[in-house]
Design a protein around this ligand. Structure first.
Ligand code: 2P0
Length: 334
């Protein structure tokens, strides 16, 4: 039997919170270079493997929490008031309730995502991280970043990484209550490092990561090899970052992402997030690389690509992918 989220919160925050005071927070979106795929505990979002990401600077979620005078909770997303029954609103309030518990104080939660909509990036990571940071301020919890990361993880696994900027490692941890499954900022920067957000398809409704991971674990024999591969890739990627070795980083990240996708494809029913346009874009990346431009790709649970390259090749990447707008090219280190 797994421990419930509420049990974890009650253990680490035994006191009921004081009445809240208006608060706002920002958290960046992140792109994993070594992916998180598979949970050992679905209630607490405890991962089977450790992962490593890079945060996207000022692209992410701004979230505010204020006291509601209307006697009911209200959730806004990108300026629009959501129905209380909408899945986003229910997730936000359920997460807030873990901390609010019995306190009778309705709130207004407003989230604005500034990730270019064209990039088609999921925003659960930055969304839950920003919500956690705002809750910490609203109830004056005074939590350490490590704790904030562990609690944000209970909202969405990848949110554990979004409480930091830069390169971030999420330790898988071994504790049953998951409190050692939190992220850590790596003390390494890489000013010339670039991520290109390449939207290639609008996509049909996809299977969300939560159910995709479960399906893979339950039905793909190929998944057996994933934890070892991820563990090995993580070590290589850290070394590549320390050495600023783009070829080693790019190759390892690309192979890591495609290995993750291989396990998804080997699931039943098959889980193929790629569309024809995704495959065409992959070939364009490989053609550029064959022409001598160091550019690598990674992909998440969707049809779009993220390009990995360095500033010195930005022009060639723009020429090769003219659909990339200025906003789609991210400099994680300023
Ligand atoms: C990652 N993804 O490492 C991997 C790669 C998608 C593919 O983290 O169920 O939204 O909320 O813990 O965090 C997306 O999964 O899943 C994700 P939950 P989450 O970025």
């Amino acid at each position: 039997m797994s421990i419930s989220k509420q049990d974890v919160i009650s253990t680490y925050l035994p006191e009921l919170p004081p009445f809240g005071i208006d608060a706002e927070a920002f958290a960046p979106s992140n792109i994993a270079l070594c992916k998180y795929w598979g949970k050992r505990d679905v209630e607490l979002n405890l991962p089977i493997n450790a992962s490593l990401s890079v945060s996207l600077g000022d692209l992410g979620s701004h979230t505010s929490i204020s006291v509601s005078e209307k006697g009911i909770d209200q959730v806004y997303l990108n300026g629009e008031l959501l129905q209380a029954e909408s899945s986003f609103s229910k997730k936000v309030i359920a997460f807030l309730d873990l901390f609010r518990r019995g306190l009778d104080q309705p709130v207004i939660v407003k989230t604005n995502n500034n990730i270019p909509t064209a990039a088609g990036l999921a925003s659960s990571a930055s969304g839950f991280a920003a919500l956690m940071l705002a809750i910490n301020d609203f109830y004056r919890l005074g939590l350490t970043t490590e704790r904030l990361s562990a609690f944000a993880r209970m909202g969405s696994g990848s949110a554990s990484r979004s409480v930091y900027q830069g390169f971030v490692e999420w330790h898988k941890g071994v504790r049953e209550d998951g409190m050692d499954s939190c992220a850590e900022r790596l003390d390494m920067s890489w000013p010339g490092f670039r991520i290109g957000l390449l939207k290639v398809a609008t996509g049909e409704k996809k299977v969300d990561s939560r159910s995709g991971m479960q399906r893979t674990i339950e039905s793909a024999d190929l998944y057996q090899s994933w934890p070892q591969q991820a563990a090995k890739d993580l070590v290589t990627i850290k070394r590549a970052i320390a050495d600023r070795d783009l070829a080693l980083l790019g190759q390892t990240a690309e192979q890591n992402a495609l290995s993750m996708h291989a396990t998804m494809i080997a699931s039943w029913p098959p889980l193929l997030y790629w569309q024809a346009e995704s495959v065409a874009a992959m070939h364009r990346v490989w053609e550029l690389r064959n022409a001598g431009i160091p550019v690598y790709l990674t992909m998440d649970a969707g049809p779009n690509l993220k390009l990995i390259f360095q500033q010195e090749h930005e022009q060639e990447i723009r020429d090769g992918f003219p659909e990339l707008l200025d906003l789609d090219i991210v400099s994680p280190f300023g």
